[in-house]
Design a protein around this ligand. Structure first.
Ligand code: 5AD
Length: 367
């Protein structure tokens, strides 16, 4: 690209540094060259990057991903607020603590309460309101439409859905009444692993995800790192899949073993591979909205902040009322990422927050 050095100054600078650095490998040097030419990385290159352990190459990968982030989405860290409105789920995913056959206390928030919590979270200027639940048919098409419409009018923040699979017609209607974003993680693009942990809905899920893109949603995919029998090649395939279908947001987190699920004794997913996957995804999809996930913060809160050094630009904070949050146990010891604590940590680390959050903080005289 003729203008690469002007259009992507940070990436260009970082790539040049890597090319001159005597301690980095030929592989990462050639990857840097591809990045500044705007060429897509291959599966083999992603596998190499995903497997990096603490080394000059890994440092170079993170620096490059961070430079790509700065050039494409700037310095702002976006804070999204999540409301977990129901833990009823008709699915039986083997990794998940709210799977249908898990005997946990179940709750459903009333539409009025969901809207009230959404309006309250919007007062903080949060960049998106995420409505998340298990796959719960109790919330019919009409109930969901009513909730989305009311939040749209009263909260005036972008609305993201994370409610599992619905019909294409429903997703179309939800978009029409005001949901602009939708998360439907592929969890793993490997059909055999998907079938063993999630069920027989692989084709439906993948086609729904593609449909969300074509409906004009800012569509979110994502995968779990450390599922049984998963290889680095599978994770590379997840990244390539998200790149190739036009995914604009992603949630990538380590597997966390959860009591009373079939995978309770399966080891926790690797934090190192998760961070490498963030960096690779940033290289693959430069403008992606990518949170450093709560699952990573559950292994260690410090790790979640490391995500920002590997190309992440989003963090999700929790607005679920406490009595419900405690039983929204998709995995054990799920960390509560609290709004003010997160703001404090981000500002302490010199991160830039969005205009709407800064405005709300000033109005509250918090900054
Ligand atoms: N470990 C890590 N992530 C999990 N999720 C569910 N259970 C687990 C677990 N045990 C993730 C899934 C789902 C999201 C809401 O939480 O990726 O899409």
């Amino acid at each position: 690209m003729a203008f690469a050095n002007y259009l992507n100054p940070e990436t260009f600078k970082e790539a040049k540094r890597i090319l001159k650095d005597g301690s980095t490998s030929q592989i990462i040097k050639s990857i840097s060259q591809k990045i500044i030419r705007g060429d897509a990385l291959s599966r083999e290159e992603f596998i190499y990057l995903l497997g990096l352990k603490d080394s000059p190459d890994r440092k170079a990968l993170f620096n490059l991903a961070n430079a790509v982030r700065r050039d494409n989405v700037g310095e702002t860290i976006f804070i999204k607020g999540i409301i977990e409105f129901s833990n009823y789920c008709k699915r039986d995913c083997t990794y998940c603590g709210i799977r249908a056959s898990c005997k946990v206390k179940r709750y459903r928030m009333e539409p009025d309460e969901i809207v009230e919590v959404a309006i309250d979270s919007a007062k903080h200027g949060i960049d998106t309101i995420i409505l998340q639940s298990g796959e719960d048919p109790f919330y019919t098409t009409d109930i969901m439409i009513d909730i989305i419409k009311r939040i749209k009018v009263d909260a005036r923040r972008p609305i993201s859905l994370s409610i599992g699979e619905r019909t294409p017609e429903e997703f179309k209607l939800f978009k029409e009444v005001g949901a602009s974003r939708c998360l439907l993680k592929q969890e793993t693009i490997n059909p055999y692993i998907f079938k063993s942990v999630h069920g027989s809905d692989y084709e439906i899920r993948i086609s729904l995800l593609k449909m969300l893109v074509s409906l004009g949603y800012i569509a979110g995919g994502g995968n779990i790192i450390g599922l049984p029998n998963q290889t680095l090649g599978d994770i590379a395939d997840d990244i390539i899949f998200m790149r190739d279908i036009g995914i604009k947001m992603t949630g990538i987190g380590p597997f966390i073993p959860t009591k009373n699920t079939p995978l309770e004794n399966h080891p926790v997913g690797s934090a190192d591979i998760t961070l490498n996957a963030y960096a690779c995804t940033r290289l693959a999809i430069p403008t992606i909205f990518m949170p450093t996930t709560t699952a990573l913060g559950t292994i260690d809160p410090g790790l979640q902040y490391e995500g920002f050094e590997a190309g992440c630009n989003v963090i999700m904070v929790n607005f679920t009322p406490d009595n419900y949050r405690q039983v929204y146990r998709i995995y054990d010891n799920k960390r509560k990422v609290e709004f003010y604590e997160t703001v404090h940590e981000l500002l302490k680390r010199g991160k830039k927050l969005s205009f709407s959050i800064m405005k709300a903080l000033r109005e509250e005289e918090m900054v």
